[in-house]
Design a protein around this ligand. Structure first.
Ligand SMILES: Cc1cc2nc3c(=O)[nH]c(=O)nc-3n(C[C@H](O)[C@H](O)[C@H](O)COP(=O)(O)O)c2cc1C
Length: 170
């Protein structure tokens, strides 16, 4: 974790609405020595079961989805605005078709075996606690349905992840 210092989630002063919704997250996971990352801007942070948690919502079509399913931990990286093109690339290209790490030239590092990128300004190392497939049964306001195909094949899976480490750039 060269260049980073560890802080507790309670010391994070950045606005989570901005971090997730505007800066966007790079969700990075690894399985069988294959690493992939995708951009995510839907999610949240908070407290559940007395633990600091991060919520992510991932559609099953994502290549990253398989890696998340097969790994206990992943990282959520926040990069500054100079990486906007990288984030757009990682949010529009699939790791099935391109090697995103090579194409973006981001520097892959690991902490406790969990992949993250050295260019990040904030890294959250998270461990899955709970996951659930979302579906139309839970819908209270039908306005939500416009986000999903009529055949229901693209409903997100919600992951509730314990935040085990927060690293910030020194
Ligand atoms: C700004 C932005 C935010 C996104 N947020 C999410 C998200 O929260 N959940 C999701 O499943 N896909 C999200 N995506 C789409 C994935 O990042 C995109 O489909 C990506 O190409 C998947 O890559 P992969 O197939 O290598 O996993 C987002 C894309 C962009 C550009």
């Amino acid at each position: 974790m060269n260049g980073f210092k560890e802080i507790t989630p309670f010391s994070l002063t950045e606005n989570p609405f901005k971090l997730i919704g505007k800066d966007w997250l790079l969700v990075t996971a690894e399985h069988n020595q294959q690493c992939n990352m995708m951009t995510a801007s839907w999610g949240g942070v908070g407290i559940l079961w007395n633990k600091p948690v991060a919520f992510t919502f991932i559609r099953p079509q994502r290549y990253t989805f398989g890696m998340l399913e097969n790994s206990e931990c992943c990282s959520l990286c926040v990069l500054d605005d100079s990486y906007r093109n990288v984030l757009t690339f990682c949010g529009t290209k699939s790791g099935r078709d391109v090697d995103k790490i090579r194409e973006t030239a981001l520097t892959l590092e690991h902490i406790d075996g969990v992949p993250y990128f050295a260019e990040a300004k904030i890294v959250m190392i998270v461990r899955k606690l709970y996951a659930q497939n979302m579906n139309a049964d839970g819908v209270i306001n039908t306005a939500v349905l416009k986000n999903y195909r009529p055949d229901g094949s693209d409903w997100h899976k919600m992951y509730i992840n314990e935040i085990v480490k927060v690293l910030v750039k020194e």
